[in-house]
Structures are given as C-alpha cells and as structure tokens.
Ligand binder design. Structure first.
Ligand SMILES: Cc1cc2nc3c(=O)[nH]c(=O)nc-3n(C[C@H](O)[C@H](O)[C@H](O)COP(=O)(O)OP(=O)(O)OC[C@H]3O[C@@H](n4cnc5c(N)ncnc54)[C@H](O)[C@@H]3O)c2cc1C
Length: 377
C-alpha cells in the first residue's frame, strides 16, 4: 500500500466526491488546509444542467468544468473510494491500482447513484461526457415516442425540455407515486403537470414499470414495449430512466455498517460528523437528514462542514457549528424548458408560475453561471 503523506497549513483534509458538496467544500478549504479531492471523474458537472445538455449538447461546454480549471490549487486524485477503514480510505484508480489514503480530517460527499449514467456519470473524463451528450442528442432527436420513468424533478424537467424542443414527439411520463414532484407543494406540482399536459405529454401516476425490453443501464437500447404493474403496455422508441437517487455509500459496508441507516444513508450529528466519529464528516445526498436531496440544501451542509473542519484543524473558532435540517421545506425551482417552469419559494412568496421569473431564476442558465462563479471561472 502506498500511503501519501502531505502536510499543509492547518493539516491535511481528504474529500471523497467532487460534486456539488465535495467540490465546494474543497474550494472553501483551499488555503486553510492541504486538500486532496478524490473522484473517479476528472471534472465537476453542474447536475442542474443535465436536462438541458440532453437537448442542447453544447450547453455542457460550460456546465462541465475540469477540476484542473475549477480547483487548480488542489490535489485531485482520480480514483474511487472502495473501502473506508479506520486507518484511511482504500482507493482504486481507473486502471485498477489500489492504495490507502489518509488525512487529519476526512469528508465523505459521494452523492447519489441513479438507474443509469443518463443524468449523472460515474466514470470517464469531461470530454467523454460531452461526447455522450452529443451522441445521446442524435438518438433522442430520432426517437418519435419517448417514455420517461420517474416523475421527480429530473423526470419532469427532462419532459419539459423534450416537449419544448420537439413538440411533435409523443412523450409519456410515468410516476409510481400519486403525483409528480412529491418533494414540493401540490400547487407547484399541479402547475408543472398542467403545462406538460397542455404540450401533449401523457402523465401516468400511481403505476410503475414492471418489465421492459432492456435494463435501465442500457441508455442507447433500441425501442420496445414496457408493461406496467397495472397492466398498461407502453411502446417507445427511447426509454429514459430518471429514477434512482440511492446513496453511494457501499464503501462503508465492511467497517462502518453501523453508521448506515436502512436506506444506506450515513447517520450524521448536527455538526455533520459521522455518528461516533470525531474527524470524519459527511455531507450532501448521502446524509440521513430528513430533507430533500438537493444542491441548494447541500450548499448549507458545505458551510457548516467547512467551518467545523477549520475549527477542528485549529485554524478557526473552537465551538462547532450545528446544521438545522430543512425538513419539509418545499423550496424547489423546476424548469420546463428554456422558457419557463414553476418554483416554490420561501413564504410569503410561495408558488411562482410566471415564465419570466422562472426564466430568470433558472430556465435560461440552469444555475451554471452561479456555480462557475463559485470556482472563479
Ligand atoms: C439531473 C439532476 C438535476 C438536478 N437538479 C437540481 C436542481 O435543479 N436544484 C437542486 O437544488 N438540486 C438538483 N439536483 C440534486 C443535486 O444535484 C444534488 O442534491 C447534489 O448534487 C448533491 O451533492 P453531493 O455532493 O451530495 O453529490 P454529487 O453532486 O452527486 O457529487 C458526488 C460526487 O461523488 C463522486 N463519487 C461517487 N462515488 C464515489 C466514490 N466511491 N469515491 C469517490 N468519489 C465518488 C461522484 O463522481 C460525484 O462527483 C439535481 C440532480 C440531478 C442528478
């Protein structure tokens, strides 16, 4: 085993996962500690832009930022954490080399995994991801009947993008729950459903796919007919899985299974430390906090984790900050293409249906400039 040894100002922090939580945490800690960021990807991708990238591949040019540009001051190790041990993290590079990495403080921000790499890549380079979007665009352009599985924000946004770009396509959106957008208010969800239905999208709720011709991870599989639990038969040229969102925490199973709940989420303390661990933090989608798994929520985790890590390294205040979960908070901005969407904003504003406001909030830029600014790009 090769154990890397670096020391910087304030000590060494190893962050696993360079997504919304890990990359922002790394940026906040740079200059205050010696930071090593471990991620099998060589880039940060703004997840919010993925629905747009699928219908406009050149949008990915700015949504994908190589770590070398976004975080040039940090060490990026292109590898996956395969097993967390008490003495450090066992990591594996894309060519299969394993080594053990340790720091004074460790942060876990490995996010969610989905049914396929359609909405979130699990390996590869930034240029491969851009090639994927270009290739998928060709496939999507050619499909006449599109079946989308999952009526959460990702499925709804993709339905919005496709129906706006190609009004002639026959789109079906199927959701197992009783309504679309379970994480936000009924009013916001009803508006999204009404806009999509007006565009001709068929929405099926309370039903789920029972069988289909190809497994979810075959993104480019040919068309077929899917059968639902209720016995519906839906024929499609392209099947797009927009479900998943399970925590990427398998690496904790061998030695830290006790910190996982039954959903595979990491139990955290109010300081965002892993339960029972002094110098191990967890943030973002993998936490067991009862709140929507969203980027704007992860941003709040980053602030608390960064302050506490600095405090523990002795470079800041000693009293640790506590995070208050956003339980039941319906705040969400859901786009329905470039020209609008629906948002549920904090009280007293509530549901915003105005296309103009939704364009300003998110639909024209998909939050890419905001994230680029965070990385000084
Ligand atoms: C398509 C899409 C659209 C979204 N739209 C919105 C939106 O509009 N608004 C909003 O607020 N939220 C949105 N979200 C949710 C938001 O992106 C997530 O809540 C947020 O990214 C969570 O941050 P994270 O750091 O926990 O995980 P992620 O941002 O997913 O980052 C996880 C990182 O960990 C890496 N990783 C995974 N496993 C390992 C491992 N074993 N070792 C090392 N690295 C690993 C991954 O490669 C990835 O880079 C969207 C999500 C998706 C997928």
């Amino acid at each position: 085993m090769n154990q890397k040894q670096h020391k910087g100002p304030g000590g060494r922090v190893v962050i696993y996962g360079g997504g919304v939580g890990g990359a922002q945490l790394a940026k906040k800690l740079s200059g205050k500690a010696s930071v090593t960021l471990v991620d099998p990807l060589d880039y940060f991708e703004v997840p919010m832009a993925a629905p747009r990238n699928l219908v406009q591949p050149d949008f990915a040019e700015r949504a994908i930022m190589p770590f070398a540009e976004a975080l040039p001051e940090l060490e990026h190790v292109r590898a996956r954490l395969v097993e967390l041990r008490t003495e450090g993290g066992l990591i594996e590079t894309p060519d299969g080399q394993q080594s053990l990495l340790s720091g004074d403080i460790t942060a876990l921000a490995t996010g969610s995994r989905f049914a396929s790499e359609l909405v979130r890549a699990v390996e590869g380079s930034g240029s491969e991801r851009k090639d994927f979007y270009a290739r998928f665009y060709e496939r999507l352009s050619a499909a006449r009947r599109v079946l989308l599985v999952g009526g959460g924000p990702i499925g709804v946004e993709i339905a919005g993008e496709i129906s706006e770009t190609w009004p002639e396509k026959a789109i079906t959106l199927i959701e197992a729950g009783p309504r679309l957008l379970a994480g936000t208010s009924e009013k916001a969800a009803a508006h999204a459903a009404a806009v999509l239905q007006k565009r001709g999208v068929t929405i099926i709720t309370g039903d789920r796919l029972e069988s289909q011709a190809h497994p979810p991870n075959e993104i480019f599989a040919p068309g077929g007919t899917a059968t639902t639990t209720a016995g519906r038969q839906v024929s499609y040229d392209l099947l797009m899985w927009c479900v998943g969102g399970r925590p990427n925490t398998d690496y904790l199973q061998p030695h830290f299974a006790n910190v996982l709940n039954d959903k595979g989420q990491v139990r955290v303390t109010p300081e965002l430390r892993v339960l029972g661990q002094e110098r191990l933090f967890a943030l973002g989608d993998i936490t067991d906090l009862a709140e929507n798994k969203m980027a704007w929520i992860t941003g709040g985790h980053v602030d608390v984790a960064a302050a506490n890590i600095v405090a523990l390294l002795g470079a800041g205040r000693m009293k640790l900050k506590s995070y208050r979960p956003k339980t039941g908070n319906p705040m969400m901005a859901v786009t329905l293409g470039r020209n609008g969407g629906v948002a549920h904003l904090p009280s007293p504003i509530g549901v915003v249906r105005s296309a103009w406001i939704n364009r300003k909030l998110k639909a024209t830029h998909m939050l890419v400039p905001m994230l680029r600014k965070k990385f000084e790009l």
